[in-house]
Every structure is written in C-alpha cells, then in structure tokens.
Ligand binder design. Structure first.
Ligand code: SF4
Length: 231
C-alpha cells in the first residue's frame, strides 16, 4: 500500500506532490500555516487538489522544473516534508468527533495528535520507530475513520474513555478485535505498552503489529491486558 506522499512523476513533464494533512484538517496554526500554503500553491502553480482516502492531499500538475519552488512555499509556511513525519503519525487517522459530530461520545481529531506524540516516544524507546502501522481513533463506535481494520485503534465509548482494538492490517484487509475496554485517554499508550514490548520480543521477521496480534490470538492478548490493568 502506498500513501502517495512527497513527489511523484505525473508524466508529460509534470509532477504531483502528496501533502500530509494530519487527520484531514487543513488549517493555520501559530507554527504551521498549512491552509495558507495550499492556497498559495494553487495560486502560484495552478495546482489541482485531490483528496486521498488517507485524508491527505495531492497537489497535481506541477511543472517538473518547479518542484523546488513548491517546496520553498511549504517550508516558508512551516509545513514539514513527508520525510520529517514519523511512520506512526504518517499512517494515523481520526474522525472529526467533538465538537463537529453530534454523535461523538469522546474526542478523536483533537486528541489523536497527543496520543501519537506519546506513541512516537514509546516506539522510539523500543527501537520500533520505523514500524509501519495504522493507528486510528474515532469518537464513537460508528467507526468513520475505519478503526476496525487498523493495526491499533481507539474507539470512543463514553466521555474520555475508549475501547482499544488490535489485529487489523496496514492494507485494511482484516478485522481487528477488542483488546481492552473503557480505557481513559491518558492511559491508552500505557495500556498498549506491554503489547508493544511483547511484539518486539516475539515478532517474526517482517511481521506487522496487527499480523502478530492475529497470530497470537485475541483471547491471549486480552488476558495480558486484563493482567496489566489489575491493581
Ligand atoms: S465515528 Fe462517530 S464521532 Fe466519529 S464522525 Fe463518525 S459518527 Fe461522528
């Protein structure tokens, strides 16, 4: 599976640039003016704008000779290149949830970046920073960010509490199963830490996190999770 980020040849002397958009939200913040950068690129280069199923944006029809000029616009507005984004963030995705969706029971889009910050630190500590895994978060069980096919997912169940699912795949071709329920947001990464440690110790060559969870089995993993949660 390819997320089409960074530069790709489009043919006919043109290129397209895959721009990472965290959780699909194009906005300006104090540090990063993503919205302004996209508007400027459309104005300057006449770029086409296409959205991807991974909530990113493809800026198309850029003359090959203007690649550096487009990168300069992104850099000027504080937008990071694809290579500067961690693997776990690059493949993460959340639904809008609060305050946009009236069905939301918990935060998702606004909460996932902080959870990913924690996961980045944990994966770095375990030597798994390059691991490609899909992490998803939704504000309710309707699952609009496709949590049920992800390697690791957090599904909102009540105010600030989530069910953790594991065992999907990067390709999204397998259903995940529940690993732990009603986990407070601030404990999400702590609850999956033992799983990540076990994965690091017992994985087979080339085996992804979801593949590993599927091989070990949801019953055994749930027993681990229950033991971890015990006082
Ligand atoms: S998963 Fe739930 S909270 Fe998120 S957008 Fe869908 S309905 Fe709304």
């Amino acid at each position: 599976m390819h997320d089409h980020l960074a530069w790709h040849d489009q043919g006919g002397g043109r290129s397209f640039y895959g721009l990472f958009v965290e959780n699909g939200r194009i906005l300006d913040t104090e540090d990063v003016q993503l919205r302004t950068a996209v508007r400027r690129i459309v104005q300057l280069f006449g770029a086409g704008v296409h959205f991807t199923p991974q909530q990113n944006v493809l800026l198309t029809g850029i003359p090959d000779g203007r690649r550096a000029a487009l990168e300069a616009v992104l850099g000027h507005h504080g937008v990071r290149s694809a290579g500067a984004i961690s693997s776990v963030r690059r493949w993460s995705m959340a639904c809008p949830a609060l305050p946009t969706c009236g069905l939301a029971l918990a935060e998702a889009e606004r909460a996932l970046p902080g959870v990913i910050d924690e996961l980045e630190r944990e994966l770095e500590r375990l030597g798994l920073a390059d691991l490609r895994l899909t992490v998803r978060m939704t504000g309710c069980p309707n699952g609009c960010a496709r949590p049920y096919t992800a390697d690791l997912a957090f599904v909102g169940r009540s105010a600030d509490k989530y069910t953790i699912f594991v065992g999907g795949s990067v390709l999204g071709t397998r259903l995940a199963t529940a690993y732990a329920d009603l986990v407070p947001r601030h404990r999400l990464v702590a609850r999956v830490r033992p799983l990540l440690e076990r994965y690091r110790a017992e994985r087979l060559p080339g085996e992804g996190l979801g593949d590993f969870c599927c091989r070990v089995g949801s019953d055994e993993l749930r027993d681990d999770a229950v033991a971890e949660a015990a006082p």
